[in-house]
Design a protein around this ligand. Sequence first.
Ligand SMILES: [Zn+2]
Length: 139
Amino acid sequence: MIKELVKDEAVLSKKCTRATAEDEKIARDLIDTMKSIEDCACLAANQIGETVAMGAYLDDNEDAHVLYNPRIMMGLGAQKLTEGCLTREEPSKVTRYAKVKVSFDELVDGELKPRKRDFMGWTGQMIQHICDHCQGKLV
Ligand SMILES: [Zn+2]
């Protein structure tokens, strides 16, 4: 279901709780909402009002993926960037890594499975942005 974006800082600054397999409905809402917004390639659950640690992104082939409980384990090539956010008026200055190792859970047949993957470039940047949202950081 397409949800309304939440710009309330009280919601966005709350640290998100752990996502579970029962949060599959949120995953679907994230994808529906992300695809309904032009030029939107990533969205965290708290941006649609659910303070649960999960987020969705579109890969280079425009395929949607959902990460449950994403966490940056390691980053290489830190650089300072100015980054915009759908639910913030002003862009923020952030430090982003060119390459990150991320741990997350993936929903497979109704169960969460732990995964680790490297992400680079633009996709890596989106995932770092999603992780910030999950921590309740206003980016
Ligand atoms: Zn954002």
